[in-house]
Design a protein around this ligand. Structure first.
Ligand code: ADP
Ligand code: MG
Length: 208
């Protein structure tokens, strides 16, 4: 995966988020304040505008710029959280123009740790971490079993989707959804859903 491919993936992510904007906002309407799709679409629209100038830089810089753009353009909690995730991932691969599967997994690891730190959150609180962490674990396992990159990403996407299903069964204890308490049961978390959209898009781009 080179810089050009990463830029191509970010274009695809931006498109996917735009397509899912209304659905993500609807989900946030039920347990939050109904802006998750709007927030994510606004952030990735700004990222998209910068992609042309990033094509020739290293992947660390592309991811760092993506993160900084999300932090500065997204008002909700998801801006700083996804922003931190991308910035931390960028630090791990600073200066690299080519990523191996191990590099990608190290990026994902740093991203999840970044969200935990910034959000003071952990798995099981009905947040994006409930799709991120199982996805990461499934990908590490598939990699250890010797599966190739498309298969590893496929496993990660499946685990992320299961994670979204799991968020329907639990009460939110972090973020705005925690205000609705028990009423959050039965509803999937918007952030876990948007993370799954992002990983699925990466998976599709890499497998294409
Ligand atoms: P806001 O909650 O400020 O309106 P968004 O609606 O854009 O922001 O994002 C909500 C999503 O952010 C939630 O669905 C959840 O996945 C995620 N989130 C909120 N707080 C946290 C946290 N402390 N740690 C991890 N993720 C969080
Ligand atoms: Mg919201």
């Amino acid at each position: 995966m080179n810089s050009q491919k990463v830029v191509e993936i970010l274009h695809a992510v931006s498109k996917k988020i735009e397509e899912e904007k209304d659905f993500l906002t609807e989900l946030d309407n039920v347990i939050g304040d109904g802006d998750h799709g709007i927030n994510m679409a606004r952030g990735f629209q700004k990222v998209e505008e910068k992609l042309d100038t990033l094509q020739t830089t290293d992947i660390g810089n592309i991811l760092k710029t993506t993160g900084m753009t999300l932090v500065s353009t997204v008002g909700g909690a998801s801006g700083p959280l996804y922003g931190t995730a991308f910035m931390k991932a960028g630090m791990v691969v600073a200066g690299k123009e080519e990523l191996t599967l191990d590099d990608f997994l190290a990026c994902m690891d740093a991203a999840a740790e970044g969200v935990k730190m910034r959000g003071k959150s952990t798995q099981g609180e009905k947040t994006m971490l409930d799709s991120m962490i199982p996805a990461l674990e499934a990908m590490k396992k598939a990699k250890e079993e010797g599966q190739d990159t498309p298969a590893v990403l496929q496993k990660g996407t499946e685990a992320a989707k299961e994670g979204v299903e799991y968020t329907k069964t639990i009460i939110a204890t972090k973020g705005r959804a925690s205000y609705v308490g028990e009423r959050s049961i039965g509803h999937q978390d918007p952030g876990a859903t948007s993370f799954t959209d992002i990983l699925e898009t990466i998976c599709n781009c890499v497998s294409a």
